[in-house]
Design a protein around this ligand. Structure first.
Ligand SMILES: *[C@@H]1O[C@H](CO)[C@@H](O)[C@H](O)[C@H]1NC(C)=O
Ligand SMILES: *[C@@H]1O[C@H](CO)[C@@H](O)[C@H](O)[C@H]1NC(C)=O
Ligand SMILES: *[C@@H]1O[C@H](CO)[C@@H](O)[C@H](O)[C@H]1NC(C)=O
Ligand SMILES: *[C@@H]1O[C@H](CO)[C@@H](O)[C@H](O)[C@H]1NC(C)=O
Length: 401
């Protein structure tokens, strides 16, 4: 069934594009029956009919933004699913792709990508390296994306009237922009915050000092959600942050960190947990302040952490070893980045990927493999990790009936 929905979707587009086919009733009818019978079980549960997705976030939700703004990512990024680098920080699809796919919507184009983008069913404002707070160290001199959450909000704010203007011009441009009523009906997804914390860890501040900045970071997050609501957004699907302390990025750079019983850096994870606690609390308050909104807090920390706790259960091995990387016991060194050409004892080598990325949790030391993303998606979409306990396809509702 999951396989059939994209096929139906593609067929529907195909049908609408090839005018003459519509006049052959037999073909139309066949497609109609096929699509209706295969999609009915999902839509019969009165799921939300989101016509578009607008996403805000950082690398875990980037579908090509940073690559469009600066420089393409090299292969093997993208090798598994797209067989080319798309600017996603994975070997294949990310959680956002699985979300779009589950609604039969196309994968989101990045707002920043001026080449061949189609925003009919949404846009992605996320870029890798984005922070919630405005960063003081920006690419190319520093570590972070200039497109922090407030900038992404401003871009979205401009996007609405611009797309309306373009739509009104008609012609091909009208087929590239969302319909006006899509903005209130869309799903608004968020995955951001990890870089605010890692940025702190790589500064001279102590873990306790970084921990103390969490409430301010979360307040800033909530303010932006409120501002996006004020532009007409109503359905929100908001990811918390993952177990940063389980990533090779932290394990390799802070080797003396105290580990928990599974091997994750304990205090670093505790800062993530505190961020998540404050976010959950802030969103509970926001639900009271914005009674028309459906706000779903999504715990991605727990399903991600369980991949490190219990890798075999999910078909994974070596959970702390980066698939694409080079150096040390975590196969990770910040100087030997995935896809880059490095010098090893005088010979040039491309930092490549492991033999079978589908057996690994961590892709490049900081981001997850497609296989891991898929498992996390499967778990969060049921509602088992959300507050309130609402499945993804019901995320336009405030309560699960
Ligand atoms: C953009 O996507 C929509 C929906 O998938 C489609 O109907 C439209 O034809 C596309 N526009 C172009 C120019 O391909
Ligand atoms: C950290 O402290 C060292 C020594 O005091 C200083 O040289 C360095 O610039 C500081 N780094 C940051 C990111 O503040
Ligand atoms: C972070 O701050 C909270 C609230 O003060 C505290 O409960 C928690 O233990 C702190 N965590 C760390 C790792 O310092
Ligand atoms: C590089 O040279 C060092 C020192 O001779 C050696 O220990 C190491 O195994 C070599 N690495 C590779 C990948 O050949």
């Amino acid at each position: 069934m999951i396989i059939f929905i994209p096929i139906c979707f593609i067929m529907k587009i195909f049908m609408s594009q090839i005018e003459f086919l519509r006049h052959i009733p037999l073909v139309s009818l066949t497609v109609l029956i096929l699509c209706t019978t295969t999609t009915v079980p999902i839509f019969a549960t009165k799921g939300c009919d989101f016509p578009a997705i607008f996403n805000f976030g950082a690398s875990n939700a980037d579908t090509g933004g940073l690559a469009a703004a600066f420089q393409a990512l090299p292969l093997p990024y993208g090798e598994t699913y797209f067989h080319r680098s798309t600017g996603r920080f994975s070997d294949g699809r990310i959680i956002l792709d699985f979300i779009a796919q589950s609604f039969g919507l196309p994968y989101l184009n990045s707002y920043l990508n001026s080449l061949g983008s189609n925003f009919t069913h949404g846009a992605n404002f996320a870029t890798a390296g984005s922070t919630i707070k405005i960063p003081n160290s920006i690419i190319p001199h520093g570590m972070f994306s200039p497109f922090s959450l407030t900038i992404q909000y401003i871009q979205f704010k401009d996007f609405i009237p611009k797309t309306k203007f373009i739509r009104n011009q008609g012609g091909i441009f009208a087929t590239l922009t969302p319909k006006e009523d899509y903005f209130s009906k869309a799903l608004y997804t968020f995955d951001i915050g990890q870089n605010d914390l890692t940025g702190g860890f790589f500064s001279n501040a102590t873990i306790q000092q970084i921990n103390a900045t969490v409430p301010d970071i979360v307040n800033n997050f909530i303010e932006n959600i409120k501002n996006i609501y004020n532009l007409g957004a109503r359905s929100f699907w908001i990811h918390n942050t993952g177990p940063i302390g389980c990533l090779p990025l932290i394990l390799a750079n802070f080797p003396s960190a105290i580990k928990d019983s599974y091997g994750c850096a304990k205090q670093y994870n505790e800062v993530s947990q505190y961020f998540n606690f404050k976010l959950k609390e802030g969103l509970a308050q926001l639900r009271k302040d914005l009674p028309l909104a459906a706000i779903t807090y999504v715990d991605i920390y727990s399903p991600k952490y369980s991949l490190f706790q219990n890798p075999k259960k999910y078909g994974f091995e070596l959970p702390f070893v980066a698939c694409c990387g080079y150096g040390g016991k975590y196969n990770y060194n910040i100087r030997n980045r995935c896809g880059e050409t490095i010098n090893i004892n005088g010979t040039k080598n491309v930092v490549g990927s492991c033999r079978n990325p589908s057996t690994r949790v961590v892709w490049d030391g900081t981001h997850y493999t497609e296989a891991a993303n898929k498992i996390v998606f499967d778990q969060i979409s049921t509602g088992a990790f959300t507050d309130p306990p609402i499945p993804l396809n019901m995320a336009c509702q405030q309560k699960f009936p």
